[in-house]
Design a protein around this ligand. Structure first.
Ligand code: GRG
Length: 313
């Protein structure tokens, strides 16, 4: 069955301006957080920077900052409080891509429109570049000024724990294990959902939860944002599956149609294209409903959810 063309995404000037400004701030903070390419040992710093600055969309850092800004009380700069997490989560995301592309995992040649890390630096350095990114993420979260207030220290530890949980064996790594074990097998819809909630959803959810924690959100607000994060976390992967089956490599910046070719279950193979799109739309509605109580304060989060579900790459 063919699907009707989808409406163009509505990225308002307000949202586009916010995204451009925050992306710049994230690029600067990431640049400051990583040793220069010439710093000893130069090979590893060049490899880390090659992948970290390869043109990622920075969706995760944007979610961290948007959540923090939505809940920060007057007088607190939510984005400044949350910037270490915004950088840390992008480092972890980049490490996972570098390792996922390795011959022992997905064995991919193209990522973010460029040759993958191991193609440029060799396998050993690519493994170490991933390790370095993961290590630096938690170093950054723990790097708290000695004179920081108790509240700041507590929030940083708590956000660090949220990040560790999402990146760990019940999140990103667990999802990757389930993915590897599912290869070449028929899996049912609930296993597929579990896989994606862990592999993709956990980290995206942690962005929102961690950003809110760093800005001092109440437990009730954290719970609302948690529901938003869970919905967009899964929606992100459903849309990724749809794009993997419908877009080309030039638009995606990575090999397209690879999951299908490898016999991997995707939302499209399990549910069909139209149903997969309907699932994404339903999750988008859930995300909007979860943040409705925030009213105007959640307008950027609402816009990011629309962007995630309506994106073309
Ligand atoms: C190696 C522990 C470990 C995990 C790997 C990241 C990953 C798990 C697999 C890569 C393949 C995949 C489908 C991941 C799901 C998450 C996803 C869609 C990543 C791409 O995220 P984008 O679109 O990428 O935000 P950019 O490049 O824009 O940052």
């Amino acid at each position: 069955m063919t699907s009707p063309p989808r409406a163009e995404p509505v990225v308002t000037d307000d949202l586009a301006g916010w995204i451009a400004a925050r992306r710049r701030a994230v690029e600067d903070a990431l640049d400051r957080a990583m040793p220069a390419e010439t710093t000893w040992p130069a090979t590893i710093h060049a490899a880390v920077r090659y992948s970290l600055f390869a043109g990622g969309k920075r969706i995760r850092p944007l979610l961290v900052l948007a959540a923090a800004e939505a809940v920060a009380p007057p007088g607190l700069d939510g984005a400044a409080e949350a910037m270490p997490l915004a950088c840390a989560v992008e480092m972890i995301h980049t490490y996972s891509l570098v390792h996922d592309d390795l011959p022992a995992m997905d064995d991919d040649d193209l990522r973010r429109g460029k040759p993958t890390s191991h193609k440029v630096y060799g396998e050993a350095i690519a493994i170490l570049a991933g390790d370095a990114l993961l290590t630096r993420a938690f170093h950054l979260m723990a790097d708290i000024p000695a004179d920081a207030a108790n509240d700041t220290v507590r929030r940083r530890l708590s956000a660090g724990a949220v990040l560790g949980e999402a990146a760990g064996t019940r999140g990103l790594i667990g999802g990757q294990v389930l993915d590897l074990e599912s290869e070449g097998r028929t899996i049912d819809a609930s296993t597929l959902e579990r896989l994606h909630r862990a592999k993709t959803g956990a980290l995206l959810s942690a962005c929102v939860r961690g950003g809110a924690i760093l800005a001092g959100a109440s437990a009730a607000d954290i719970e609302r944002l948690e529901a938003y994060g869970a919905a967009i976390g899964l929606a992100f992967q459903v849309v990724d599956d749809v794009l993997d089956g419908t877009a080309d490599a030039a638009a995606l910046g990575k090999t397209a149609g690879k999951d299908e070719a490898a016999g991997k279950a995707t939302y499209v193979s399990v549910h069909g294209l139209d149903r997969a799109r309907a699932v994404a739309d339903g999750l988008l509605a859930d995300a909007h409903a979860a943040i409705a109580p925030f009213g105007e304060r959640a307008r950027i989060l609402a816009g990011l959810a629309d962007m995630i579900v309506r994106r073309r790459s």
